[in-house]
Each structure stands twice: as C-alpha cells, then as structure tokens.
Design a protein around this ligand. Sequence first.
Ligand SMILES: Cc1ncc(COP(=O)(O)O)c(C=O)c1O
Length: 442
Amino acid sequence: MEEMIKKLDETSHLILHRTPREDIRKGITVITSGEGMYVYDQDGKKYLDLNAGVTRPVAIGHGRKEIAQAVYDQICKLGYYTPCGFATIPPMKLADLLAEIVPGPINKFTFECDGSEAVESAMKLAKHYHHARGDKARFKVISRRGAYHGVNGMGLRALGTVNPMRHIMEPLAPGGVFAESPYCYRCAYGLTYPNCDMRCATDIGRIIEFENPEQVSIFIGEGVQQGFGAYAPPKEYWPIVRKICDQYGVLLIMDEVICGFGRTGKMFAFEHFNVEPDLITMAKCITSGYVPLGAVGCTDEVMKPIDSFVHLHTYGNHPVPCAAALKNIEILQKEKLVENSAEMGKYFLDGLRTLEHHPIVGEIRGLGLWTAIDFTVDKKSRLPFPADRLIRMVESAKAKGFIIKFMGCAIEFAPPLIICREEIDATIAMMDQVIASEGVPY
Ligand SMILES: Cc1ncc(COP(=O)(O)O)c(C=O)c1O
C-alpha cells in the first residue's frame, strides 16, 4: 500500500532552511515527485514549476532517468576516490568538456560540492595566485550590495545585502568591501542610464584606491544578478569592470552559479557582455540539481604560479556528480536547450510586457529564461513594493498550481529550459489574474 504523506508541521524532526516557524505551524507542502515541467505534492496536486526547483537548478526538467542511469553506472564502477594524489575518469572528462565549451582562456577546472564551495575555492585560488607571485598582502574581496555568493566563510563576506543572514553570522572574515550594483531601475546614485557615466562601474576604481590597491584580491559578480530579480547590467558595465581590475592587478571572478549552462540564453552569461573573467564559478544547472556539484574554472595564467593548490575536500573532484554533469550537459546540447532558453526567453519577455499596463508593474526585464516583473507602489518614483503583497501573489499563484518566487521587489521566473509556448501562455494568463487581484498601488 502507498505510504500516506502529510504536510510537514512542527512535529517534524527536520530543520528547514529559511522557513519561518509560523509557516511551519500552518503546514509545509511536501513535494513528492516530478516530471518534466511539473511537480506533485502530498495530495497529488500538480504545479507548473516556474523556478526550476525554486533555487533554479533543474535545467533539463524533472524525472530524467538518463541521469539516474549515469549515476548508477558510475557508482557500480567506482563510487569514490580521493582528489589528492590520484585522479578518476569522470572529473577528467568533465574538465576536458568544460575547457571546450567555456569560451576564452578559462582552461583549468576543479570540482566541489556546491555553489558556496565553488565561490570559496575560487577566492582561495585567487589568493593563492597572488601569494605565489609574492603579492602576499592581497586579501580584500569586492562584491556588490544586493549580491549573493553563498554561505561559506570567504563567500559570506561577499554577501551584499542578504539580511538578516549576514548580520546574524557577523563578524565575517575580514576584507569584505561593497560596491553598488548596476540596478538602473532603482539606481543607488539616483542617476539615469545612459547619462550616468556608468558610476556603478567606475566607482570600483575609487573603492580600490581607498582600500589600498595592494590589498585587493578579487572582484566578484554575477553576469546577470539575482539580487533584485534577474538584473542584466548595461552593456558597458563588464568591460569597464574588466579594465579597472586589470589596472590594479585584481582578479575578476564571474559567478555563473545561477547563470551557467543556459539560464540566460547562452551557455554562460559572461558571453553576453564582451568580457573575459579570470575565474568562473558554476553549480546548479551543471547537474540540473539531481546531485550536488560545484565547479571552478580559471585561466592557465591563474594556475601558472601555483605549484600545488593547497586545498583538500574529501568530496572534491567526486566521480559520481561529475558523471551526472557529463550526462546533463550531453542532454542540454542534444536537446538544444540553451537555444530553447534564448527563444522561449524572448517569448516569455514579450508575454510579460503585455502586463505593463497594470498600475503596480514597474519594470519587465530578463535575459533568456530568467525573467522578472519588478513591482512598485508608484510608477513615477519607483517606490519599493511591500514584501507581504509579493508573498500574497506567490501564494495566490501556488493555489492556482504555479510555483513562482519573489526576489527584492520582483516576482521572478527561471523555469526548466524545456518550457514551451503553451506553458508560457498559461503563466502570463495566470499572472494577469494574480496582479489584477492584487489591485492598485496603496
Ligand atoms: C550567484 C550564487 N553564487 C553562489 C551560490 C551558492 O550556491 P549553493 O547554494 O549551491 O551553495 C548561489 C546560491 O543561490 C548563488 O545564487
């Protein structure tokens, strides 16, 4: 007989992440299965998953047996061996494949358990590079207000404004320095693009000067930023940042943890912006979330002075998730899902633009299958939209069988890359209703 599954409540022994006690008291939906674009809960209710597992990894859709088979085959052959002093086949193959598909000089790769560890290791590799060249004072990390780069020690110091997480964990590793984000819709300087001289980018030079150029190790940012809801910067932004980093000998890490593997309509987001980073971090869509994996890529130039990367994770370069990643990337390529992300992303954006007439819709934006509606209570002044009203819209969509999420003042969509026109049409119609019932600015 099938096991009866109940909603999770306060009698459960499981600690959830970032879930208020009040929500647990009301009962938490248990997702029990998934197939393609859809997931099912404890009562058999079906949801269209518009955020690819909510944290956005599930690029190839749910329930793909090919990944299960690849994992099974690898475990039968070899389940584990150390990353130190020995190698195994799947991470070697995955590094070769990534060297082929990551454009530009990024050519060397190492594998970790998730995005936070990838960010951590990229920062350590950068510090290692400076240290090996005798540049031993460099330890400061510049990131952007509003950014998120994971939960580990070094990465935590690049946690822009994901509060209260950062405040609770303080004091953080010293050396975290913040620049403003390129969030033109609500520019931190009160300027209007293009009449702004790209202050958010050029200020990074001033910040480096103030912090002492000899102490700055890296600048880290996402090509398209999660923080305010799928924000792509103006085209000038990344080339200016690259130039400033070069001027001061600062390494540029582009965080592809969300963007990588097709999310923005290209394999990697940095391909949109005419920029070549020194290091990239990857996770999420690298395995479509089926098993945990993070990765760091860097140029030969970064590795050149490093004799041995003084680092050791038991689960580094793990053969099983690397086997899953190889199969996942094969599916992404065979089914042309990066191309689908570009095509369906445009279609999605056009659909969302039909919602611009609602008085609370501020800005519609996105790149590939990462789109967002930024809400406001005043279209003219662009005043922020209250979180409780965003939560109400998310709940209303869920009641209708659609899983969406909010980020900043925006509702965000990052569906599996297999989404088709009919599912997008249904989403736009649903959002039209949800926004209309949220009514007018008040
Ligand atoms: C840009 C970025 N970097 C790093 C991370 C951390 O990745 P993980 O949650 O896999 O540790 C995240 C997680 O959402 C992220 O969005």
